[in-house]
Design a protein around this ligand. Sequence first.
Ligand SMILES: O=C(O)CCC(=O)C(=O)O
Length: 338
Amino acid sequence: MIDPTAIPIPRAEHFPSSGPVPWLDRDDAETQIDAKLATGEITRQEAEWCRYWREHGYVILKGAFPDQQLEQAWHDYEAAIDSGTVVPVEDRGQEAEAGLPGRVLNPHFKVPAIDALLCDEHILKVISMLLGVSALPFQTIMGHKGSQQLAHSDSIHMTTYPLGYLAATWLAFEDIHDDSGPLVYYPGSHKLDYAFSGKIGISVEDGQASYVAYHNQYEPYVQNLIETNGLEPTYFDAKKGDVLIWHANLLHGGSPRRDRQWSRKALVCHYFAEGCVCYHDYTASMSHLTNETSGLVAKEDFDAKAYLAANPDVAQAKVDAYKHYITHGFDEGRPMRP
Ligand SMILES: O=C(O)CCC(=O)C(=O)O
């Protein structure tokens, strides 16, 4: 492991190029999957997901959440918008169309039912298996309609050292209509080299100033990658409750909304693996999950008993104390001990 405080600027080119590479990205992954299956460490279904992930860079879990849980979470989310507890981003004057507001970043901080979706044990288990390390919830984005984001890899935004220890989920709150701008992704694109700001010629100053260089340099670079590698788009034909989990380097985005009347209710969750350095390559900044630079207490120094004693509501909720601390408690300035 490296000392993140010794990295002058958190951009990919300043980190040493070393592993360990996530186990499913290694050359011997097939052998390792077979071995884990043989010893019963993973089930047949899990082995299938591992193989699919390795080959295509994503897996789909059909009907991962029951309708009732989704309806409750959506209800609470809309109630939070109505009460002003969460505020959708301004949408260049389009928010009035069909009554569909813009997206909300990190609604799980304010809406417990969304937090429960982010911290769902089954999803965490599957992602932890795919990454080979325990997954930690990091960030959520929720929205009523298609994002129309051009194709990108999450790694330009949210990056890990060593590389590849990030995954994201896309959860449908309704059956997704073809014309609503479904999530689009490019199977196999996770095997391409990671395209970072430095490689594309985006300066630290430009990345920190605005997203102009992202749109003018990064997005065309990715379009060119798609064309030169002959990558074909696939559209997530999701039914309510389906979840797609994607690899840190899978190219994906929001396809064009062909009919703006259609909503596209969805939640995106991002996860990092425990123990890696987490940073944002484009904005050259450290993430909150990087203990040494953010002021967060490292897991080995964290006193769960004291934290729970100081925060009885957390104790009562019977959630993992450290996970609560890094995803909520730190930002909320919670006491570490009574
Ligand atoms: O939901 C979408 O349309 C795209 C989401 C996405 O690209 C992301 O959150 O990284």
